[in-house]
Design a protein around this ligand. Structure first.
Ligand code: TXA
Ligand code: MG
Length: 313
């Protein structure tokens, strides 16, 4: 909104500390958007009890409307509102609360808008105590994508969310830094267990609990299974170049010098998004990363990096 040359934000965004979390819950109950911390990344929540507010999430994020949101619950008992087929109890026992999202057949009573018209719904029970407390207070699951503008790195702190959404959402609950820093593993259960998005919970850990093989979805053929796969993700404004061999990494640094460059010799999965955002807030032009052999074995980290940039040579 404009007046006399002054640009006003569209709405006031309230920064909420955990002690005032009841206020965040009341905003959600009224159909407002509130960002909240989880152990993976921050989520941009809307209450399932206010489906008319769901389009606002897509609008403020700039997210394509065919890419559905994850339903966040605080207790497995809430599953019966969301699905007609409960997941195997051994998966719940082993990985919930935690960074595992399960794709289940959706409950027929849910409005089509909730799942972008898909026959399935993605559900997660986060381990972050603030997230669970908020869901309990709202008394309804929270539908939430990651709290970043579409295509940008996910937010792992309240100030990252502020950078993307101040003036556009009602509130941000500050729960400190998200400890894991990468989004949850998304697992489709039927017809056979398939990882749609790798995360901290690995294929091997899932196989051990399920006692059956778990596949990775082929990005070329899995589009209809996971709409999120087809969109560009996680990228900062700065150019990202990464190397998995040390000699070309050092040669690259040597032959092209720049003061507007961030070099990460030992990048950490937990802080990747924070580092990329820091590069942007400091107006840097390039981020160069070296991935040790050990890091290249981290499927979730390499999945995100490959989406940000192809490997340098
Ligand atoms: O860790 C996380 O999962 C974070 C925190 C906030 O919980 N959330 C998150 O949400 O990363 P989002 O919207 O950025 O990613 C959700 C992913 C997308 O790739 C989407 O396509 C997929 O889950 N998804 C959602 N519903 C689905 C469904 N019914 N079937 C298949 N994939 C689905
Ligand atoms: Mg996201």
């Amino acid at each position: 909104m404009r007046g006399n040359g002054i640009i006003f934000p569209l709405m006031e965004t309230v920064w909420i500390q955990e002690e005032q979390i009841g206020y965040a819950a009341s905003l959600l109950q009224r159909g407002e958007l509130v960002a909240f911390p989880t152990e993976t990344v921050y989520g941009l929540g809307v209450s399932l009890s206010q489906p008319d507010a769901i389009p606002k999430v897509y609008q403020v994020k700039g997210r394509p409307s065919d890419n559905p949101l994850i339903a966040h619950i605080s207790s497995p008992a809430q599953l019966t509102q969301l699905t007609t087929k409960l997941p195997p109890q051994k998966l719940i026992d082993a990985f919930w609360p935690g960074p595992l999202t399960l794709v289940l057949p959706k409950h027929p009573a849910l409005p089509p808008l909730v799942t972008s018209h898909l026959p399935t719904i993605a559900v997660r029970l986060p381990s972050h105590p603030t997230a669970r407390h908020l869901i309990d207070l709202v008394g309804s699951p929270l539908l939430a994508p990651s709290a970043n503008l579409s295509g940008r790195p996910s937010a792992t702190s309240a100030s990252h969310v502020w950078d993307d959404f101040a003036g556009k959402i009602a509130a941000i609950v500050d729960g400190g830094d998200s400890p894991l820093g990468l989004e949850s593993t998304v697992l489709l259960l039927a017809p056979k267990p398939t990882i749609l998005r790798p995360g901290t919970i690995t294929k091997e850990a899932l196989e051990e609990v399920l006692q059956e093989p778990v596949a990775y979805a082929d990005p070329k053929t899995a589009e209809p299974l996971s709409p999120g796969m087809r969109y560009r993700h996680y990228a900062p404004k700065a150019k990202v170049t990464w190397f998995s061999e040390e000699a070309p990494f050092l040669a690259y640094l040597e032959q092209s010098r720049s003061r507007l460059r961030m070099t990460l010799e030992t990048p950490q999965p937990e802080t990747l998004y924070a580092d990329l955002r820091l590069a942007d807030t400091n107006g840097l032009e390039e981020v160069v990363l070296y991935c040790s052999y050990e890091l290249t074995q981290n499927v979730a980290f390499m999945n995100r990096l490959a989406k940000i940039a192809p490997e340098g040579v």
